[in-house]
Design a binder for this molecule. Sequence first.
Ligand code: CP
Length: 330
Amino acid sequence: MTSTSTSSPHQFPEGSDAFPHRHLLGIAGLQPWEILYLLKEAEQWVDLNKKSSKHADRLDGLTVINAFFENSTRTLLSFEIAGKRMGADVVNMHAAQSSVKKGETLIDTAVTLNSMKADAIVIRHASSGAVQLIADKVDCPVLNAGDGRHEHPTQALLDALTIQRRKGDISGLTITICGDVMHSRVARSNIYCLTTLGAKVRVCAPPSLLPDALDRMNVESFTNFDDALAGSDVVMMLRLQSERMSGDFIPSPREYHYLYGLTKERLKNAKPDALIMHPGPMNRGVEIDSEVADDLERSAITEQVEMGVAVRMACLDILTRKSRGVEGWS
Ligand code: CP
C-alpha cells in the first residue's frame, strides 16, 4: 500500500487502496480506515436487504464456495444469502459429507476447490491457522468464517456495524465482553476490531477462562461481572465453548450463571441505555436470560444477524473486485 499522511487515524489515506488485501483472514493488522471502509460499504447492502426485491448483479457469473469443516447456522446461511443476492453461483461444501471423511487432507481439499475455479472461497475450520493454510494454496480470495479459537473477522465486522448504527461513533465507547474469552474467536476478533476503532474494551470471565495473551491486547480484565458492567455502553455476551474445552473450566452451568449470567437485575449495573449483544448460538439460562436476550429495546441480537448478511455482501464484493477488473477501489 502506498500510504500518505492523514489528519486522523480513522481517515482513509489519500493515494492508497481502500482495502488492499487479497484475503480476509482476520482483523489483526487491519487499519482503522480499512475497517471503516468495509462498514461503509456494508451500508448500501443493509438498505438493499430491507427491500422486497433484494437482487443485485454485482457478482453475476462468479462462483463462491462455502467450505465448512465445522457446524454453523448464521455464518454459513448469511454467506450463502450474501453471494446469491449479488448474483453469484454459491456452492456449499459440508465436511461431514465430503471426502475429508475418507481421509483427504486439508491441502488436497484446497487444491481440489481451486481446480474448480472458484472466485472466492469461504472457510470455517476447527483448527486455528487452517484458513491461512488454504489461502496459501489457492488462486482466489479466501474469507475466514471462523478458525478454531483464532479469528472470526466477519462476526467482528457485523458487530461493529451493529454498534455503529445504534450508538454512532465507536471511538470512546466502553464495551464489555463477558464469557468464555479463552476459547472464543469472536472475542479475539472483536477485541482487535473495537480497540482499533478506539473503544475501551473490557473482558470479563472466570480466571480459568481469561487467556494470558490479554495482557498484550489493550483491554481491561475483570473477574467480577458487576464491576465490569459499571458504566458499559455495550454488553457482549459469549457462550461457553464446550466443544473447545478439555476438562472442566467451571464448577457447573448453574454456578456460572449465578456469577456471569446476564440477568435483568445485573444489567442495572451498566448504563441505562446499554446495548445487549450475543453472536449466537445462545445458551439461554446459562450466559444470558431470555428476559434480557428478547428485550426488543435493549437487545441487538437479531439486528446482528441482519447486519451479517450486509457485511458479508460487502466483503465478497470488495475482495472480488480485482478479479472482476474493477478499477478504483475507493
Ligand atoms: N456467530 C456464529 O458464528 O454463529 P454460527 O456458528 O451459527 O455461524
